[in-house]
Design a protein around this ligand. Sequence first.
Ligand SMILES: Cc1cc2nc3c(=O)[nH]c(=O)nc-3n(C[C@H](O)[C@H](O)[C@H](O)COP(=O)(O)O)c2cc1C
Length: 174
Amino acid sequence: MDFYEVVRKRLSVRRYRPDPIPDEVLNRILEAGRLAPSAKNLQPWHFIVVKDERLRKELAVACRNQHFIAEAPVVVCGCADRNRCYAKMGGIIHSYPVDLGIAMEHIILAATAEGLGTCWIGAFEEPEVKRILAIPDHLTVVALTPIGYPAVQPQPRSRKPLDEIVSFDYYRKR
Ligand SMILES: Cc1cc2nc3c(=O)[nH]c(=O)nc-3n(C[C@H](O)[C@H](O)[C@H](O)COP(=O)(O)O)c2cc1C
């Protein structure tokens, strides 16, 4: 699949078939996450690949009862080591949410290229997710995504037009 087709095809999928994901497919997807760039190449990430059905169901509850998450055969939980990231991005900002955001999006786009569905999950109770997956204190959960074969074909959602979100040379508000 051409890159721009992958970008267009990636839509949030909220219904999944239970069919398992072959290991070689899952490994290619995780490899795409491993190759993501990060500030100072610190790679402050750890990805927990959750296949166990009981854990997936518990996670769905911890994600504000978004039960569709547990329908997918795999849920990836992206964690960041706050102490191993670049702490002064732009002089002030920790890099770990950006680092994890990029790596998770690599995973999500790779899954799309494999014909799989995903959905960024940002609505979750962090202490609950950490308890369920036995995540140590020094890691922060940044995002989760289910990965599975879509049971529905979602419709694309609207986006702001380019001329509203881009300006050239100087900041200009439309
Ligand atoms: C940071 C972030 C958090 C999100 N959290 C959730 C979530 O908890 N549950 C959900 O169903 N969708 C979630 N989404 C998906 C967005 O609702 C979705 O990307 C947006 O509506 C655009 O639709 P599309 O992904 O189909 O293009 C999240 C997306 C992002 C980027």
